[in-house]
Design a protein around this ligand. Structure first.
Ligand code: ZN
Length: 197
């Protein structure tokens, strides 16, 4: 056996797909609005949200009980709540994988959203999330979910066990695209350019 890869027992586990919950997760991460300082264009609106709504939950992830090792397959449920900061739609922090040459699958289970994607040379694009749509994130692409609907955006993520997460670059450089809700329309802005969906 490869010493980098543990031998573990097969198992099954239960999801509540309607609620976006994985039962008995190995880890349950809750990101509140105050964890999102530095990510939104309108920082004052974020502070207003934190103080007026008692620092609401922004998104939750439920992580699989699988070792973070080469050869294993990790999976998680991501549940991103609906809302806006100023006019900018709620989003996750986003990340590169620590092992850059690892991809990921996102299967949208509920809600409406976008997956923003970018490369380190500034190339960027996005893919649409609707229930039943799977988005393939190839190796090297950073990715961030955005909720453009009125209900939680729930997706199942599947990725190599050794992929890891790198949030540092996103914290300092962000994504080229931002997603806004203006007068009921969803607008993606890139470096001053605007595209209505
Ligand atoms: Zn990822």
């Amino acid at each position: 056996m490869n010493p980098k890869t543990s031998l573990i027992r097969p198992f099954g586990l239960q999801f509540d797909l309607a609620e976006g919950v994985m039962h008995d997760p190995a880890d349950h991460v809750v990101r509140k609005a105050s964890d999102m300082r530095g990510y939104y264009a309108d920082e004052a609106a974020l502070e207003q949200l934190i103080s007026s709504a008692n620092d609401p939950v922004h998104y939750e992830t439920f992580d699989s009980p699988v070792p973070e090792e080469y050869g294993q397959v990790k999976f998680c449920i991501s549940k991103l709540y609906p809302g806006v900061v100023g006019e900018e739609c709620f989003m996750t922090k986003g990340h590169y994988h620590a092992v850059l040459e690892t991809g990921e699958l996102y299967l949208c289970l509920k809600g409406q959203g976008l997956l923003l994607l970018k490369l380190s040379d500034g190339t960027s694009t996005w893919e649409q999330f609707v229930p039943g749509r799977m988005v393939y994130v190839p190796p090297y692409w950073a990715h961030r979910s955005v909720n453009v609907g009125d209900e939680p955006l729930i997706s199942l993520c599947i990725y190599p066990g050794d992929a890891g997460h790198n949030y540092r670059d996103i914290k300092s450089n962000g994504f080229p695209n931002r997603v806004f809700r203006r007068n009921g329309l969803i607008v993606v802005e890139k470096s001053g350019k605007r595209n209505a969906l």
